[in-house]
Design a protein around this ligand. Sequence first.
Ligand SMILES: [Zn+2]
Length: 140
Amino acid sequence: MDEEHLRRAIALAGEARSSGNPPFGSLLVGPDGSVLAEDRNSSVSDGDITAHPELKLARWAGRELDADTAARTTMYTSCEPCGMCAGAIARSGLGRVVFALSSGQLDGLRTSGGGFPAVPTDGPHLYDEAKVPIEGYYDV
Ligand SMILES: [Zn+2]
């Protein structure tokens, strides 16, 4: 754990807030300790509900890093990644995430609630039809 990198993530969160966006920031630190990329939440200015810094950096890592480098790269982030970002981080192949605030600590700082209600889901259905495009895909 490197407090300098976490402090940079917190500074990026402040920059996000100053630009009218939710206050979250993140960076990627490569195997040699250098900062590879950093980003801020831009969900308001971009009009994009997915514009979390962790998701943007996970996408960057998946696009720009080979698997070995990604596995030895650490994401430092101002807050524990949300479920959406955690899913993208898992797919990115990044090796580790270090966060400042936990999700519970963030909830404790919210005075007007926050979070999002779960969307009801309905399934499974049509197994015999839905399996057709999947069968064999993962066997190679
Ligand atoms: Zn997120």
